[in-house]
Design a binder for this molecule. Structure first.
Ligand SMILES: [Fe+2]
Length: 281
C-alpha cells in the first residue's frame, strides 16, 4: 500500500477553470480528475498533462461498475493503467455501485445488495482489479435514492469488504447525510460504525434539499451537518486528504477556494491541542 502523498483539501478539476488553474497556478494542494472523461478518443489529454506537471492529482472513476453482474472489464482497466502511467495519480478511486450491464449504461450510480453473497462477490472483484492495477484502490460509499435489499447496514458491508479485499475507503460524508435522509437512518450511527482506519480520502460536497429527498447535486456549499460530521471524522483521522466536489452550477474558482479554506480551518481547529474532541462548527 502506498502513502497517498496528498495533503490538505483539493478540488475537482473542471474544464471551466482550466485557463485560470493552468495559467495562474492558484494555491490549491491537489486536484481530482474524473478519469472517465479522458478515456475517449478526442479527450483533451494535453490539459491534464499540464495539470499533472504542476499539481498532484488523483483519479476518480464511475466506470468500474464493481456491483454489476458482468465480469471485471479488463479493457477499461487497461485504459486506466495507460492513463495512470501517463499522469501518475496518487490515488485511484471508484464507487460501491454499478453503472452498466453488457447491454446498457445507466449513467447513474446504482445501489448494491447488502448481503454476504454480494460482499464476497464485490471483495473478489476488487481483489482482481487491484491485482491488475498493481496497487490499492479506494472505493466510495455512493449516494442512493432507492434501497437495495439488505441483510446488514451499509457501514458493516463496507467494513467487511475493505477488510477482505484490502481496498481503501473513500468516505463521502455528504453521501452519508444524503442517504441518512433518503433512507431514514442516523448519520452519526454510520460514522460511529464505519472503520475509520480504512479511510484514505474524504469527499465533501453540497446536496440539494428537494423536500421529500436530498439530491446529491454537487451544486451547493457544503451543508452545516456535513461540516459537523467532517469535524468529527477529522478529530479521529486528522491527516486524511479531502476533496471538495462541485460539478453543477459551477461557481467562480474563488468560491471553491473559500470552501477549501473552511475545510482547512476545521482541520486546524480539530488538531489544535486546546480543542475538545467533538467540536461544533
Ligand atoms: Fe463523492
Amino acid at each position: 500500500m502506498k502513502d497517498s502523498e496528498l495533503n490538505g483539501t483539493g478540488i475537482g478539476f473542471r474544464m471551466e477553470h482550466a485557463d485560470e488553474v493552468l495559467l495562474q497556478n492558484p494555491n490549491i494542494p491537489w486536484f481530482e480528475i474524473l478519469i472517465d472523461n479522458y478515456m475517449s478518443e478526442n479527450a483533451p489529454l494535453s490539459v491534464i498533462d499540464k495539470l499533472a506537471e504542476n499539481y498532484p492529482i488523483s483519479f476518480h472513476g464511475v466506470g468500474l461498475s464493481i456491483g454489476s453482474i458482468e465480469p471485471v472489464d479488463y479493457h477499461y482497466l487497461a485504459k486506466l493503467c495507460e492513463l495512470k502511467d501517463r499522469w501518475q495519480p496518487k490515488l485511484i478511486s471508484d464507487h460501491f455501485a454499478w453503472t452498466h450491464t453488457a447491454n446498457h449504461r445507466f449513467h447513474e450510480l446504482l445501489p448494491v445488495v447488502l448481503d454476504v453473497k454480494n460482499m464476497n462477490y464485490l471483495s473478489d472483484k476488487i481483489c482482481r482489479v487491484q491485482d491488475f492495477m498493481g496497487e490499492q484502490i479506494l472505493m466510495e460509499n455512493a449516494s442512493t435514492y432507492i434501497e437495495a435489499p439488505a441483510e446488514m447496514n451499509e457501514w458493516e458491508f463496507i467494513n467487511q469488504i475493505c477488510s477482505a479485499s484490502g481496498c481503501g475507503l473513500l468516505l463521502d460524508i455528504n453521501n452519508i447525510h444524503v442517504n441518512a435522509f433518503n433512507h431514514g437512518f442516523d448519520a452519526t450511527e454510520y460514522i460511529e460504525g464505519i472503520d475509520l482506519s480504512n479511510v484514505k480520502e474524504i469527499h465533501i460536497a453540497g446536496y440539494e434539499d428537494r423536500g421529500n429527498y436530498y439530491f446529491d447535486s454537487h451544486s451547493q456549499p457544503v451543508a452545516k451537518e456535513v461540516w459537523d460530521s467532517f469535524a468529527r471524522v477529522l478529530g479521529e483521522i486528522p491527516e486524511i486528504p479531502t476533496l471538495l466536489e462541485w460539478d453543477n452550477d459551477l461557481p467562480e474558482l474563488n468560491v471553491l477556494i473559500n470552501e477549501v479554506e473552511k475545510a482547512e480551518k476545521i482541520r486546524c481547529l480539530v488538531t489544535s491541542p486546546s480543542t475538545p474532541k467533538l467540536i461544533a462548527i
